[in-house]
Design a protein around this ligand. Sequence first.
Ligand SMILES: Nc1ncnc2c1ncn2[C@@H]1O[C@H](COP(=O)(O)OP(=O)(O)OP(=O)(O)O)[C@@H](O)[C@H]1O
Ligand SMILES: [Mg+2]
Length: 448
Amino acid sequence: MAAKDSRLAVFANLSGGWVPCSQLQLTETANTLIASSLAYGLNYLKRSNAIEIDPVGLGLSDRQAIQGVRLQPPNRLAFFGGIRDAAPDAWGRRVIEAKLKVPANSLPESQYLLHAGSERVGALDIRATLNDAPNAATGQLHTLAYLMEAAQRIEAGLPVPAQLDAIFINGTAMGGARPKASVRDESGVLWLAKFASGQDRIDVPLIEYAALQLGREASLNVPPVRTLQVGDRRVMMIRRFDRYWASTGELPTPHIPFTDTIPTPGAAEHRLAFNSGLTWVGCDESESREKSYGDLAEAIRRYAHPSVIRSDNAELFKRMIFNILVSNDDDHLRNHGFIWDPRLPGWRLSPLYDVMPRPSLATERFLHLGIGPQGRVATLDNALASHARFTLSEREAALLIGQVWGVVREWRVYFERDGVPDSEIELIAPAFRHIDTVSSHELRRKLP
Ligand SMILES: Nc1ncnc2c1ncn2[C@@H]1O[C@H](COP(=O)(O)OP(=O)(O)OP(=O)(O)O)[C@@H](O)[C@H]1O
Ligand SMILES: [Mg+2]
């Protein structure tokens, strides 16, 4: 099949308003993306508050050098990471296909990019032409029951009746494979609603909620989360960390999390740019398993704002320890993210998301990403041995391990507090690891 070129308009949301950012050209056959190129608009490059799509292949540190230049993706990739991060992933693709009534994965990438709608993650929107308006409708909390029913039908491969078609606007935008939709609460705050899936054998929304709350206890940076009962199903709600509210020209005070801001009269909704770890490590999704937390730490050293490198790497190290202790082995590169903080201004690690303990009977377990000299083997010794890659001394790393273990060892207490019934606690218990099973005597002697 002959390859075809399509040109798309990329918009960026700066200080709460959409502006044209760049022109994206995609060369594709029916369903394979062969190549892309992108040229930033000259007017965009003149804006003092212009943000880069990603710092890997589309950085704005030397604006002069890229004026009028058609940029190519780095590392011979077909796609720019920062654009792929604005594209729907497995779930959003299923929703778009259901809407257009076409088979799975049958559309060209440009179509998925165009159909994802403006509530996609981050600060970008991709539209057919510069004249197109944003398509940013989102559901309200009270529409969750419809969205959930529509999501179940799409999962089951059933047609979606007209009265449920709100899913086509609210359910396409976000990445990931599990059924989800974005909704606004009564005050206008945007949340990501994650639904149960037909294949779940445990109450995934409740366990993910409790696991994220446990992460917060372990002093990880976790956005507000809650659960809602919708009919006989539970929904996990995580606040969108890529949106905040502020009066024009004002920024939230440093150290106030963006997720603490709320819509008030006179305050506009703002967007934070988002990049995945996949983008920052600069590889194709298929190579994710060969990459490591150390690679992410290195990317942080290279691309994050200098003032946050140390703390972000300590946080990343703690997330790795947490994932080992709760067997969260779906910790692939897209489950790590970065946001552009206009207060720095610069990139920093995003709040934590997508943490799901996985019960297992295996004594030897692995995470998705490499941990240390022993590769992906999920032990604390392996993690501690990699301390230098996170710019941590062995002593500092041991302190962080002790902190995280001190909380995770009490997981049952926190899960009970968070309303996880005994039956679910027993089902999930084999995910949690005792320190004695994931560390040596020598390591434990080094802990505080
Ligand atoms: N709180 C949030 N705010 C903004 N964006 C988010 C938030 N949580 C997740 N995302 C984005 O949405 C994507 C999908 O969310 P998530 O990873 O939780 O879904 P998932 O379907 O469980 O993923 P997976 O396929 O990895 O299991 C993430 O990769 C991230 O880009
Ligand atoms: Mg995910």
